[in-house]
Write a protein of this length. Structure first.
Length: 439
């Protein structure tokens, strides 16, 4: 079995120079050269004409209906764009503006990763609006939503709440209505920005009312490097389809996986009885059902996105923080996140919903803890629960953690799914103590 570990950012492998896009194009389309983190959401509101006041949200959505005529009837009708057209840089000046720090601070004097997830989500959407910008219109007719966090890899640098952070990113691949966005994060050490994180998101364009699909501009790679990125985007799409078609919700586990589960089952049979029903935990192991934590959020208007649904970044922060607490209580020491993958946004969450989050450890190995968070919503009127997201987080604990044992068939599938996510991480790299990234 492959040992999963921190993945080096593409950037630290020399694919990208800090502060410059892969395209080596102009740093970004704003006059200032770089957006301040506060400008990102303001800019998004301006682009879609979103209300800044909940009282006006219905009126704002009514006005958006008028933008229907700007929607393209086919992708061919839209001008192609280059990667540098969507390239954006954003500064989170934690060092130079100490008043910003409070929001990002953990009690351990590190940066809250949940806040970073929110910033990445907003930035990803802004990047897509840059790609699809209509120069003749002030507002965009598109509603761009986060469909998938394909992966986020942490690099080796620690995140200090006292040093400036910089994000950059651009569209790296497009389909008909979807766009893959690659983003990077750097932190200032001395007078240089060093890579700390690589992220790949998939965003989907919808019409002005977020009711049906909408075409996005084609993307033209301009250099061999960009062609490679585009090709990678194509491969990523194929990989996602393959991963989903072999999902344990659709197909039986492989022979090797079935063996794993049966071995685990045999390891839990009580040798003193001849029974399939008396189960005993091996030493240094925990039943999966005892690794759960749950939470409930009331989705207030304050957490809405530009389309009056609940902001994806908020959902990720809440899920991440619950996952972190789950890993912490399971492992008995402060864990740090090493990877996030395959967060699928299946259904929008309406303002006013009750959001139920259930988190559980589904796989462990050495110091690694794989946590799955399932989120579902119900309205106060309708008690029926609907799944909106499934989140997968990989943490590393400072010390070796117990094994987790499934008791039921359903839990065995969770275990195998966790193992698949864990094994989908890239080659291991040495972990350094300064990698801590906490909630
Ligand atoms: C106030 C300040 C705040 C500012 C923040 C702004 C940030 C706003 C961003 C958000 O917060 S969005 C909120 C979180 N996201 C959601 O609520 C999305 C919920 N999910 C959905 O609405 C639908 O599942 C979704 C629109 C994503 C897809 O709907 P469908 O499944 O009907 O889509 P369809 O099958 O028609 O596929 C459309 C495209 O999406 C692609 N797609 C769909 N699901 C995907 C997936 N999971 N992964 C990758 N691609 C996916 C699909 O391949 C296809 O691509 P192409 O047209 O290019 O071929």
């Amino acid at each position: 079995m492959r040992r999963a570990a921190l993945r080096l950012c593409a950037l630290s492998k020399g694919l990208l120079t800090p502060g410059r896009g892969l395209t080596q194009g102009p740093p970004n389309p704003s006059k200032q050269g770089i957006f301040h983190i506060h400008e990102v959401r303001d800019k998004l509101r301006e682009i879609v004409g979103a209300s800044t006041n909940w009282r006006d949200h219905v009126k704002a959505m009514e006005e958006r209906k008028l933008l229907h005529s700007f929607l393209a009837e086919s992708q061919k009708g839209l001008p192609p764009r280059r990667m540098k057209d969507s390239y954006v840089e954003v500064l989170l000046p934690l060092g130079s503006e100490p008043e910003l720090r409070e929001k990002y601070l953990t009690v351990q004097n590190t940066v809250r990763f949940g806040r970073i997830l929110e910033d990445l989500d907003s930035l990803g959407v802004l990047i897509c609006y840059m790609h699809t910008k209509i120069h003749s219109a002030k507002m965009s007719p598109l509603s761009i939503v986060t469909a998938l966090v394909d992966k986020i890899d942490m690099c080796r640098k620690s995140l200090s709440p006292e040093q400036d952070i910089k994000f950059s990113g651009h569209v790296s691949w497009v389909g008909k209505t979807s766009m893959e966005v690659k983003m990077r994060m750097f932190q200032l050490h001395g007078d240089e920005f060093f890579p700390v994180l690589d992220a790949t998101f998939v965003m989907v364009a919808r019409d002005c009312e977020n009711k049906g699909p909408a075409f996005v501009n084609p993307l033209i790679p301009e250099s061999p490097e960009e062609e490679e990125l585009f090709r990678q985007g194509e491969l990523n799409k194929g990989r996602r389809i393959a991963f989903s078609s072999t999902s344990l919700l659709k197909m039986a586990p492989s022979a090797e996986e079935r063996n794993t589960i049966h071995e685990m089952f045999l390891n839990t049979l009580d040798p003193k009885t001849i029974s399939f029903r008396s189960r005993v935990l091996p030493s240094n192991a925990v039943w999966m059902e005892n690794s759960k934590l749950k939470s409930l959020e009331i989705c207030h208007p304050q957490e809405r996105n530009i389309f009056n649904r609940i902001f994806g970044g908020f959902l990720m922060r809440k899920a991440y923080e619950l996952a972190w607490a789950t890993a912490c209580s399971f492992g008995g020491s402060r864990p740090f996140v090493v990877a996030v993958d395959d967060i699928m946004f299946q259904k929008p969450v309406e303002v006013g919903s009750l959001l139920f989050l259930s988190s559980q450890v589904c796989f462990t190995q050495n110091n690694y803890i794989q946590v799955r968070v399932h989120s579902e919503v119900a309205s106060l009127q309708n008690k029926e629960h609907t799944t909106t997201n499934v989140f997968h987080f990989t943490f590393m604990s400072e010390k070796e953690v117990p094994l987790v044992f499934p008791r039921t068939y359903g839990e065995s599938m969770l275990y195998l799914d966790g193992q698949r996510h864990f094994n989908s991480m890239s080659a291991p790299v040495t972990l350094e103590k300064d990698c801590l990234v906490e909630p």
